[in-house]
Design a protein around this ligand. Structure first.
Ligand code: SF4
Ligand code: SF4
Length: 113
């Protein structure tokens, strides 16, 4: 069991989730985060903290399409343990449809730098 970061994190990247995770299992891309499914202890505290409602448990069918992406990039991107500065336009991107196709970036982030 794990929690999964969904499409709506893209370009929102508020990072409130990072602050509450007891096992630091978030990994950072240029414009979104993912959860490492082998490290998440399924505590659930991050889900209500996300202003973009972009985190769900893997028991929710809506998470299924994003599971592989979380697994893949958690092994490529750097670990993130503290909240950085959220993008200035994060609120404008919250809820925008089709962000994966248009805006997903494979590049790593560097908040913990
Ligand atoms: S709080 Fe939500 S939108 Fe922000 S980085 Fe975490 S998962 Fe993404
Ligand atoms: S469910 Fe718990 S352990 Fe898993 S990512 Fe969220 S805060 Fe971290």
């Amino acid at each position: 069991m794990t929690y999964v970061v969904l499409e709506n994190c893209i370009k929102c990247k508020y990072m409130d989730c990072v602050e509450v995770c007891p096992v630091d299992c978030f990994y950072e891309g240029e414009n979104m985060l993912v959860i490492h499914p082998d490290e998440c202890i399924d505590c659930g505290v991050c889900e209500p903290e996300c202003p973009a409602e972009a985190i769900l448990p893997d028991t929710d069918p809506a998470s299924e399409a994003w599971m592989d992406l979380n697994q893949k990039y958690a092994e490529i991107w750097p670990n993130i343990t503290r909240m950085g500065e959220k993008p200035t336009d994060a609120d404008e991107w919250n809820g925008v449809a089709g962000k994966f196709d248009k805006n997903f970036s494979e590049k790593p982030g560097n908040t913990d730098g």
